[in-house]
Ligand binder design. Structure first.
Ligand SMILES: C[S@@+](CC[C@H](N)C(=O)[O-])C[C@H]1O[C@@H](n2cnc3c(N)ncnc32)[C@H](O)[C@@H]1O
Length: 227
């Protein structure tokens, strides 16, 4: 393992000094129109899975430059963008200027400590788990459960190792790591991994689905949490 991978703050702050670099490391391109259309896709998936309601406080783990926050905030009461990188948050603040129901929170990279227990209705994380070690993924699933109100909903996604499309990217990675192993290189997930996290954490109403490239999972915080 590349030992610097786990130092998420150093890695991601270093990748996001300029707005252009931040766009590139968030999405692989800098084209604002393409960026917007990808946000609409993510919005559609969130609406189909966890749903979004007018009264919801919604929190994103690893919000980057606020790609998704821009399109979600009109549907909800409040959107909280959390990220390990202060640079990403600076760009996000700049991009979302004028939206009055958004706020930003720098986090350690391992937890959601600044967020109070049972204070949020929806937690989601998209295009982030591929950059995290498995324990750190699961730690965020547990943190999501903590900050959600009873009945609150959680969504996560990653590239799917078990699909042809995911496997093709995995094989590309194989070439890349022979030359250089960038600390942020994507690592994949599978349906059983997501089912295990959601079940072990104590979510109910668990669903895990796939799209060609993606595996995505969602669940609900029980109304009476087990001790
Ligand atoms: C590929 S970008 C995705 C950004 C955003 N979710 C989107 O879809 O546009 C990954 C983001 O995760 C953030 N990140 C990386 N490791 C993190 C960690 N351990 N905790 C929180 N955020 C992290 C990075 O700073 C970056 O903003």
């Amino acid at each position: 393992m590349n030992e610097s991978r786990r130092d998420y703050k150093t890695v991601w702050t270093g990748l996001s000094g300029s707005m252009e670099d931040a766009y590139l490391f968030v999405s692989g391109y800098t084209d604002e129109e393409k960026f917007h259309s990808a946000s609409e896709d993510t919005l559609g998936i969130l609406l189909e899975t966890v749903g979004l309601r007018e009264a919801d406080v919604v929190l994103e783990i690893g919000c980057g430059v606020g790609r998704v926050g821009t399109v979600i905030s009109p549907f909800v009461k409040e959107w909280i963008g959390c990220d390990v990188s202060p640079n990403m948050l600076r760009h996000a603040r700049h991009r979302l200027i004028g939206l009055d129901n958004v706020r930003f929170q720098e986090i350690s990279g391992y937890d959601l400590k600044p967020i109070a227990d049972a204070s949020v209705d929806v937690v989601y994380t998209t295009v982030v788990f591929m950059h995290l070690e498995e324990w750190d993924r699961y730690a965020y699933v547990l943190e999501a459960l903590r900050v959600l109100r009873p009945g609150g909903r959680f969504y996560c996604d990653n590239m799917n190792l078990a699909s042809d499309e995911g496997w093709a990217v995995f094989e590309e990675g194989l070439k890349l790591i022979r030359a250089k192993r960038p600390p942020q290189i994507s690592k994949f997930s599978t349906v059983p991994e997501f089912e295990t996290y959601l079940q072990r954490a104590g979510f109910t109403d668990i669903h895990v689905a796939t799209r060609p490239m993606w595996v995505y999972g969602w669940g609900t915080k029980p109304r009476a949490v087990r001790a």
